[in-house]
Design a protein around this ligand. Structure first.
Ligand code: PRP
Length: 251
């Protein structure tokens, strides 16, 4: 359900009261120099859901961020903790951090390894766990020695390329952006490289795992400039999150 995040102005001003019902307050873009706020890029979805309790355990209650997110706000100031949150697509987190638009971010190992950007990765948060696997139709297993022109469909074309290269396998890689599991069922590919969590999507499409390429979980990533400019605050944040991860994994 969408709930409207109220801005301070909406609470105060008569102008806000005169606005048509349902009209939104314009987004007030919290500046990064608001009390030298550290800017964190967080990916929407499951990782964000798991990251918020972890931040809370680390002493950063981002309840305001959760409320604002429900109101569709994508830039959220959390002045009580000196933070500014950007809600972005998971695949966009590394770009925000590398270019310094965010000081740090959270991204899956899958995203980080696929993009291979120039970032520090000081902490594995142990959330958003899944595996990246090669899979193929149960009833049409690939014979790597006999089949000449193999096609792999995937969102992770770079990781797949490196994996195939390390195996000495020559194959065509077909880059897709979602619903990878249907590619082998409709003749687009022989195999897929994709993420598996519960395994239900593979089962539903009668695909079987051939091998695991990597275990995936979400990591904290830090930009090189930010690591120098805000070393003390980032060290403190990383330290508190590290302790929260330790406590969570012991629980
Ligand atoms: C991910 C992944 C698999 C599915 C695996 O898809 O790409 O399709 O989840 O989960 P499971 O093992 O629990 O079934 P996502 O929901 O991100 O959709 P998309 O890749 O099609 O965009």
């Amino acid at each position: 359900m969408k709930t409207e995040a109220q801005s301070p102005r909406a609470k105060r001003g008569s102008a806000a009261r005169e606005r048509a019902p349902g009209a939104r307050d314009p987004v007030r873009v919290p500046r990064s120099n608001d009390a030298r706020a550290l800017t964190i890029a967080l990916p929407r979805g499951r990782i964000l859901d798991e990251a918020l309790p972890l931040f809370k355990r680390a002493g950063f209650d981002l309840g305001a961020a959760e409320k604002a997110r429900a109101g569709r706000r994508l830039i959220i100031a959390v002045p009580e903790h000196g933070l500014r949150i950007l809600i972005v697509r998971d695949t966009d987190v590394p770009a925000y951090v590398e270019h310094g638009a965010a000081d740090l971010g959270i991204a899956g190992r899958d995203v980080l390894e696929e993009q291979d950007r120039d970032l520090y990765e000081p902490l594995d948060l142990g959330i958003g766990r899944c595996r990246m696997v090669v899979a193929e139709p149960e009833d049409r297993p690939v014979d790597e020695n006999a089949q000449m022109h193999l096609r792999y469909a995937t969102k992770f074309s770079e990781i797949t390329r490196r994996h195939l290269q390390s195996r000495g396998t020559v194959a065509e890689i077909i880059k897709l952006y979602g619903s990878i599991e249907i590619a082998p069922l409709v003749g687009l590919a022989d195999r897929i490289v994709d993420l598996v969590s519960s395994g239900e999507t593979l089962r539903q499409h009668r695909l079987r795992e051939v091998e695991t390429i990597m275990n995936v979980s979400a990591r904290l990533c830090v930009g090189r400039a930010a690591a120098k400019l805000h070393a003390e605050r980032i060290d403190e944040l990383v330290g508190r999150l590290r302790e929260a991860v330790r406590v969570s994994s012991a629980a």
